[in-house]
Design a protein around this ligand. Sequence first.
Ligand SMILES: *[C@@H]1O[C@H](CO)[C@@H](O)[C@H](O)[C@H]1NC(C)=O
Ligand SMILES: *[C@@H]1O[C@H](CO)[C@@H](O)[C@H](O)[C@H]1NC(C)=O
Ligand SMILES: *[C@@H]1O[C@H](CO)[C@@H](O)[C@H](O)[C@H]1NC(C)=O
Length: 344
Amino acid sequence: MNFNMFLYVILFLFSSVQCYSEEDLGYSLNIGNAIDVFANYGDLSQVTQVISADYESEYGSDPIVPFSEKNIKVFKNVTSTEIKGDADGITNIELLICETFEDLLDSYFKHFKIEGTDKPWKAFMGDWIHDEIMRTFGIEYDPQPDCCFVLIKLTKVHKTVKLGNLEGVAVKDYVMRAIEELNMTDTAEVRRFMKSYGTHYIDSYVTGNVIYQVFKYKRRGFDMLRSYIAMRNAGRANNANLRFYFSSYFLKQVGDIRVASGNKTIETWARMNLRDVQYLYSRPSLLRLNYNSVLVNKLNNLMDQGALIGLNLKTLRPLFKDRRKADSYAEVVENDLQLWEVNA
Ligand SMILES: *[C@@H]1O[C@H](CO)[C@@H](O)[C@H](O)[C@H]1NC(C)=O
Ligand SMILES: *[C@@H]1O[C@H](CO)[C@@H](O)[C@H](O)[C@H]1NC(C)=O
Ligand SMILES: *[C@@H]1O[C@H](CO)[C@@H](O)[C@H](O)[C@H]1NC(C)=O
């Protein structure tokens, strides 16, 4: 192919997707806007701040933003509600029991939903190598992580934004035209539509921050912890004993404390100030925050709000007036998601 022809092809492709005006295009969190989940499938964590990865050297001291994926405005006049986070900041300690490493990933991403898949973590980091994933969780690489994990986390919500009722909401003209022209039996054309106008819209999101730590257990210790928690939940055991089940005797590995926004200042503070001393050993532990309001206050003041801690994406079904077209669009999106998921 000669150069002129190449240029021609590029220009052609460029103009064929530029059907919306610049002001409808965004890269921050815009409630109701649409994104193409396949554009960065398997690597959405690269364009959303959901977990602590070591990008710092790349971005220097730029402020951390929760979301920077390309999105476009598809509805004309959506309404939304915004709820500010708890004035007290950090909510209580959550302790999540995970039988396998995949359970751990499911637990970490439990406030993320993508219609059409029940493995949203795969969209966020399915393409990452295991070693890299484990590093974001603060634990060492293990090629066969069998048993078992406990994820401890504390959450500080900045705000929750939810889309209002979509009934009567108008669709942008250019999207309406594209939908009218869309030939649903031509799958190549449907996929082109996905690339131009997206697969899902943002139905709700939560920003704030999460501080978390992973503990890797020996089987026996894990089983004991689990029965202790069952007893505690039934009111038959005392909360104060919790620390006992986090002793070295039961553990294979104590992970580093991490912060979802990736803020190294906070992680360093946590590493130095949140330590548990047992016999001669001292190691990082979020359990230090249990019943220690001085430390919780300090942490509260440090926590930035740069992380995306919840997201709900729904398929573009409501854009379609024609019910059959809507169903078949959602079906193609969901089928594709299943295929990508298997390959991630
Ligand atoms: C949105 O705009 C449409 C048409 O312009 C109008 O009929 C509808 O009432 C509006 N809906 C809201 C929620 O403002
Ligand atoms: C829609 O696409 C199918 C499959 O490519 C094709 O056979 C059909 O002629 C198209 N219909 C229209 C109206 O363009
Ligand atoms: C990280 O957190 C510290 C302490 O709250 C804050 O001063 C700093 O601005 C944060 N860094 C970024 C890049 O947001």
